[in-house]
Design a protein around this ligand. Structure first.
Ligand SMILES: [Zn+2]
Length: 301
């Protein structure tokens, strides 16, 4: 595994801030594979360093591109335990935040749309001309095509090559839980910036490493894991976006929606209590702030 400089500013100095009880950097990729996903994924992670120049929190020792390609390709299908409707509610909130005071226009671009919850919203609100969807996981291309609802849509697998998208064409770009997985987020953001039309916006959802939840949980905070080479807070994401050429950046906490029955069953399961499935529990969803943040970055009009 290679040692690298800060992905935002290139500095190599900093202070190690978060370390795993067990050191991942002493193991081989094969030994780490069982800890790459699922419930085991918080058992090992690489140490995170705070950059002394720009304050970004990143792992100086991490997998390289080739190793990541192998790890991502061997991931099991997304076994999301959350009911579809709750995920849809959460993503609807994201879309509303992005569309506020901005009637949809131009093309829509999303990196890692999964089955296309946000695409469904974007289609329902009309106004977008073409949908550019970069999704490496081919097993969700079918549902994604359906989410586009017959609108002009191009689904591509290589998210590092945005060249098929015409420069200056995109009204709304979207990255939900993608940016904290990238080795070189600056290159991706700069590429998206050139695709935005004047006044276009990029919506980003990431974890917030300065959140209360992170402070309360310390090194047991689940986003400290093998899948995240770096993690952001409002200040560091703003700096990164400025570097990538975005002019106006706003950051705020985001809300996830969970049905009450789902939360109750999860809590009971964690405590080792069996709740009979017949037991009536409210289905109504509640919104929770889980230490995620929503960033809206705009290109100058
Ligand atoms: Zn830095």
């Amino acid at each position: 595994m290679r040692s690298r400089a800060c992905p935002c500013c290139g500095a190599t100095s900093g202070t190690t801030e978060v370390t795993c009880a067990r050191a991942a950097e002493t193991l081989s990729v094969d030994q780490l594979r069982p800890y790459w996903h699922g419930l085991e994924k918080t058992k090992y992670f690489f140490p995170y360093r705070r950059c002394s120049r720009c304050a970004l929190l990143y792992a100086p020792v991490f997998f390289d591109d080739a190793q990541l390609a192998v790890l991502y390709s061997s991931m099991p299908p997304n076994m999301d335990m959350l009911p579809f409707a709750a995920v849809a509610d959460t993503q609807r909130g994201y879309f509303r935040a992005a569309a506020r005071g901005r009637p949809p226009s131009g093309d829509y671009l999303e990196i890692g749309p999964d089955v296309g919850h946000l695409v469904t919203e974007a289609v329902a609100h009309g106004g977008f001309e073409r949908f550019w969807l970069f999704e490496p996981n081919q097993s969700v291309h079918g549902p994604l095509q359906q989410a586009a609802g017959g609108r002009p849509a191009t689904i591509l697998t290589d998210m590092r090559d945005l060249s098929p998208v015409p420069d200056g064409s995109v009204g709304l770009g979207v990255m939900i839980h993608v940016l904290d997985h990238l080795l070189d987020p600056l290159a991706m953001l700069a590429a998206i910036r050139t695709k935005l039309r004047p006044g276009g916006a990029l919506l980003i959802v990431t974890h917030d490493e300065s959140s209360l939840l992170r402070r309360a949980m310390g090194r047991r905070w689940p986003p400290f894991c093998l899948q995240h080479p770096l993690l952001y807070n409002p200040r560091t994401i703003r700096r990164l976006l400025g570097q990538a050429g975005f002019d106006d950046v706003t950051v705020r906490p985001s809300t996830n929606h969970f049905p009450i029955d789902f939360l109750a069953r999860q809590a009971a399961q964690a405590a080792g209590i069996a709740i009979p499935h017949r037991l009536p529990l409210p289905r109504r969803a509640i919104g929770l702030r889980l230490g995620n943040m929503l960033t809206l970055a705009q290109a100058a009009a």
